[in-house]
Design a protein. Structure first.
Length: 329
């Protein structure tokens, strides 16, 4: 599916929730994985396999018990029958869309099958929220297990393609129930199916489990993105809903005020927003970039202006805390 964006007017937060459902499912091509619109706290869970068709993205948008919020949570997996999620990434105090309960407000939605970025305007303040995949710096290639795997040492796993891993290197294995870091000790590409030998497997995994460098770089941001976010996992798995903390930083070197305005021709410079894992030093790494969101200076633009680059248009917002951003339309 292609990239899509809309601007609209919401008559309160429930109306925005319903318009978000229409936009993601009908326009953008996400799957409505769990429809709980009749719940006392109405919510939807949206599922996507990404633009590549090989990803796993589960996002829940729910009317919060706190006024002025639509709570957002990301999951490693969501069981639509039991209405429960596995390995959540969220925080009740921070991961939400900033909205009005019943009053009208303007919003913008930007999405493809990899991510969704929501901007709301309350009076004269703009709030942004990012959820979904990162444009990862690590490989997205995965090997799929061809049979169930049991925990143990020196375990040989049947996979569809063992060439995506290298002996002596560490990788992440995940299915719909668990995730962990494993070291590959050997591969065999001469047999069918191929095999991968891992030194230790802590838990059992179902057939179809994925093994790769970064098989699920899904994040869920604060209400005032770009800024702090929580990831579904880090390089060695999941610990708690808020245990995989990261943050975004603009790759502008603090020079955006000097590059915009660009004195020679008055151009506006777009800088990527980088996403890194923070917290303890053991988990710090540069993970990737936000998709189609860029930092700009505010010298040549005002909020809601557009910047044209070739055939692409970018909408500018001065987001609270996040600062000046340009988002592809």
């Amino acid at each position: 599916m292609a990239y899509h964006s809309i601007q609209g007017l919401a008559h309160g937060r429930l109306d925005l929730l319903n318009q978000l459902r229409t936009f993601l499912v009908t326009t953008t091509g996400w799957t409505l994985h769990d429809d709980q619109s009749a719940d006392p706290q109405p919510y939807f869970v949206f599922k996507s396999h990404g633009e590549s068709g090989a990803e796993d993205v589960y996002l829940q948008f729910r009317i919060s018990t706190t006024s002025g919020r639509i709570h957002v949570a990301a999951f490693q997996y969501w069981n639509a029958t039991a209405h429960t999620g596995i390995n959540e990434a969220s925080h009740t105090s921070y991961t939400y869309l900033r909205v009005e309960d019943s009053a009208d407000f303007i919003f913008w939605l930007f999405a493809d099958l990899d991510h969704v970025f929501v901007v709301t305007k309350l009076v004269s303040t703009y709030y942004g929220h990012y959820s979904g995949l990162l444009k990862r710096f690590w490989s997205g290639a995965v090997a799929l297990t061809q049979a169930a795997a049991t925990a143990g040492s020196g375990m040989v796993l049947q996979v569809n393609d063992a060439t995506v891993v290298t002996p002596g290197q560490d990788y992440v294995i995940k299915d719909d129930a668990g995730i962990e870091r494993v070291r590959v000790s050997a591969i065999d590409t001469a047999v069918t199916p191929n095999t991968i030998t891992v030194e230790t497997l802590v838990r059992d995994y179902a057939s179809g489990a994925k093994i790769g460098e970064d098989p699920q770089p899904v994040i869920n941001s604060y209400y005032n993105a770009p800024g702090t976010f929580y990831a579904v996992n880090k390089f060695d798995g999941w610990t708690s809903a808020s245990g995989q903390q990261g943050r975004c930083g603009a790759a502008n070197g603090g020079l955006q005020g000097e590059t915009d305005p660009e004195m020679r021709y008055g151009t506006t410079i777009l800088f990527p927003w980088l996403a890194s894992m923070s917290g303890s030093a053991a988990y710090q790494e540069l993970r990737g970039e936000l998709i189609e969101i860029f930092s700009v200076g505010g010298g040549n633009v005002a909020s809601e202006d557009t910047i044209q680059i070739g055939t692409d248009s970018y909408r500018v917002f001065n987001l609270t805390t996040g600062g000046w951003c340009a988002v592809k339309e």
